[in-house]
Design a protein around this ligand. Structure first.
Ligand SMILES: [Zn+2]
Length: 93
């Protein structure tokens, strides 16, 4: 039975019989699809969330863009408010 693993760094599926498996001291299993992912993670110390070509970055960016769009929508709403009411003037006694 072949279980398809996902690359821990980039998120792509790893075909059976390829890739590498690292096991950290804390027993965390790290699947890596290519030498590119291995170097970016171990040698260069990059984080998947901050590396542009990874799946995690794309998901995070999508959420960020949705938040910005929501923020812009909510910013437009106050502009639709009716014009200012005429100011009250103090009445002389
Ligand atoms: Zn990968």
């Amino acid at each position: 039975m072949a279980v398809i693993q996902k690359c821990t760094f980039c998120g792509c599926s790893i075909p059976t019989g390829t890739g590498k498996l690292f096991i950290r001291k804390d027993a965390k299993m790290i699947w890596l699809c290519s030498n590119k992912c291995e170097k970016n993670l171990n040698k260069l110390g990059r984080k998947p969330r901050e590396t542009g070509w990874t799946e995690e970055y794309r998901i995070e960016k999508k959420a960020r863009m949705a938040a910005v769009a929501h923020e812009e929508k909510s910013a437009e709403k106050p502009a639709e408010k009716p014009a200012e009411k005429p100011r009250k003037t103090k009445k002389a006694k």
